[in-house]
Design a protein around this ligand. Structure first.
Ligand code: ACM
Length: 560
């Protein structure tokens, strides 16, 4: 969000890079800048011009999604569309073909010559990614005839899991932004959207069997002002949720872009919103949420005068009131998950598992009795029992669980995938136990961290520059190379305590998401920060074209 003063403070090296690149771009309008960097990219002599007279040929109905995507893009940014025909072969055409090969999902070739463009995917994902690369070859300037360079590209992803997360519990962004976010994910050839839908501060998914989850749990009385513990309450009611019809629309939107949505339903901690709606889910249904006069709103303090009142949290952090592991809670969660599974076709369901304080379980007679009855070691054993029971249910429905690395404590559920967020240790340990893992270590993959040494708006802290994101290697050195096969990929997480509007969310995500795409897609040999840095300047122009609000921290010498 810094502008003039940071711009005049460009380090000299970056000024020269910027000038050289701009000169180059003016001299050669055919500059090729594709992010993530393809496996092989050769720029040939010549060019091809796309205009309304060009046809878009598909080999079969399977390529219709990719064709529709390209036409929608052309319409939005250039004001014309191409006629779609079935069958390939003629000149002045862009052809989309699925060769149904054995190559990894997403593999494609793109060949542009003066006659046209041929995109061949080994599968429909591959065709779609070929279209994404073609879009990056288009000039930014609007024109009725779009010249693209002649190129030969062979490309395939490095990792099968390429994820972006979004926390909508802390702040709720709504349909338009979520669709935009999915477009960003697809633009960078990422394939997974981890949608964090339930939190202490808000439950965001309609569950028909339990309407109070959203009518009560979807709203909080206020937010704290500023950075935790804050300067008091803003006393402004806040909230929102997605209806099941809206979720279906989002899932279709993502499917059309080859993005899988993994919903996260948090348990056993981060459950205050659900407990506010249904207090019997707590170990102590009759105990009120503790009042914090310096942080809570007037409405909450008034409500808490009535004994046994539970509130949807309006401050950040971790809260002791968590799900009681009773049969009633498991029935509730299974019913919730039944509705979730009906909405989301993803094999994986994320069940959270992080930051569950054990205080309530220690105090609860019921929990202590259960620990003895089940022969568990302690409260960590109880957490493991909780997650294991949910895993068993989801496995019986043909689904798999993902949990944050705390699910290792007390013993991993037999088939669980672990998301390693407290560094890489959890991922290394889980892989040693032959469990699949997804790397999301805070130091590199937390996009709620600031990008500037001194940000001009509040963030949660941390300091993760685009260079640092780019440097991330998802196969940790400390991991036995024999275990590397368990690493499915990585993901960046966007926790939104301090992102209360979509412009701020974009600012935190961009340009770091571009670096993430090369971490996950580009081969280790092809990854190069100096080359990426050159492309970044072109990428900023694309962001301007897309009206994306991105951080200019890269230009600030303090961040080098
Ligand atoms: C987390 O950041 N609590 C997974």
């Amino acid at each position: 969000m810094k502008t003039f003063f940071t711009l005049i403070a460009y380090p000299m090296k970056k000024v020269f890079t910027a000038i050289a690149l701009l000169v180059c771009m003016f001299a050669n309008a055919q500059e090729v800048s594709i992010i993530p960097q393809p496996t092989n990219l050769k720029v040939n002599e010549g060019s091809f011009s796309i205009s309304a007279k060009t046809t878009l040929q598909i080999k079969s109905a399977g390529q219709q999604k990719a064709a529709n995507f390209l036409n929608k893009y052309l319409q939005e940014f250039y004001g014309f569309q191409l006629k779609v025909t079935v069958g390939v072969g003629s000149k002045n055409a862009i052809s989309l073909v699925n060769t149904n090969g054995n190559a990894p999902k997403g593999t494609y070739t793109l060949e542009s010559t003066s006659n046209g463009v041929a995109i061949k995917g080994a599968n429909e994902e591959g065709v779609f990614y070929g279209v994404q690369s073609l879009i990056q070859l288009l000039p930014i300037q609007k024109s009725s005839s779009l010249s693209i360079p002649a190129v030969s590209i062979q490309d395939q992803p490095r990792f099968v899991y390429r994820g972006m997360h979004l926390d909508e519990g802390r702040h709720f962004f709504g349909m338009d932004f979520v669709k935009k976010y999915i477009d960003f994910i697809a633009m960078y050839k990422l394939n997974t959207f981890h949608w964090h839908l339930t939190e202490d501060q808000g439950w965001r998914i309609e569950i028909k069997k339990y309407p109070k989850l959203t009518t009560v749990g979807g709203f909080r009385n206020a937010n704290i002002i500023g950075r935790y513990p804050g300067k008091g309450s803003n006393n402004t009611r806040y909230g929102g949720f997605y209806t099941q019809a809206q979720i279906k629309e989002i899932v279709k939107y993502a499917t059309d872009r080859f993005v899988t949505i993994i919903p996260e339903i948090e348990m056993p901690g981060h459950a205050s919103a659900a407990i506010a709606a249904y207090p019997e889910l707590s170990c102590f249904p009759n105990e009120s949420t503790p009042a914090i006069p310096t942080m809570h709103s007037a409405a909450t303090l008034e409500a808490l005068k009535k004994p046994g009142t539970k509130i949807v949290q309006e401050t950040w952090g971790v809260f002791d009131d968590v799900f009681v592991p009773s049969d009633n809670t498991f029935t509730f969660l299974q019913n919730v998950l039944d509705e979730v599974m009906a909405l989301f076709p993803s094999t994986y369901i994320h069940i959270g598992g992080d930051e569950c304080p054990k205080e309530s379980w220690k105090r609860s007679e019921f929990c202590q009795k259960l620990i003895k009855e089940k022969g568990l070691k302690d409260e960590h054993g109880l957490q493991s029992y909780f997650i294991g029971r949910i895993e068993k249910y989801l496995n019986s429905k043909g689904r798999q669980i993902i949990g944050w690395d705390e699910i290792l404590e007390g013993g991993l559920a037999p088939n669980a995938t672990v998301m390693s967020w407290r560094g890489e240790k959890g991922g290394i340990e889980a892989a040693k136990e032959k469990h699949t893992v997804i790397m999301t270590p805070g130091g590199w993959m937390y996009f709620d961290h600031q990008q500037n040494k001194k940000e001009d708006s509040v963030t949660i802290g941390g300091y993760t520059t685009i260079q640092k994101v780019y440097s991330y290697e998802p196969l940790p050195k400390e991991m036995d190379p024999a275990d590397h096969k368990y690493v499915l990929g990585a993901q960046a997480n966007v926790w939104t305590e301090y992102m209360n509007n979509t412009a701020k969310a974009e600012y935190m995500v961009f340009p770091r998401m571009s670096a993430l795409s090369e971490v996950l897609w580009t081969s280790k040999e092809n990854k190069s920060w100096p080359s990426f840095e050159k492309k970044l300047l072109h990428e900023f122009k694309r962001y301007d074209n897309f009206k994306i609000n991105y951080s200019k921290a890269y230009f600030n010498p303090e961040n080098n």
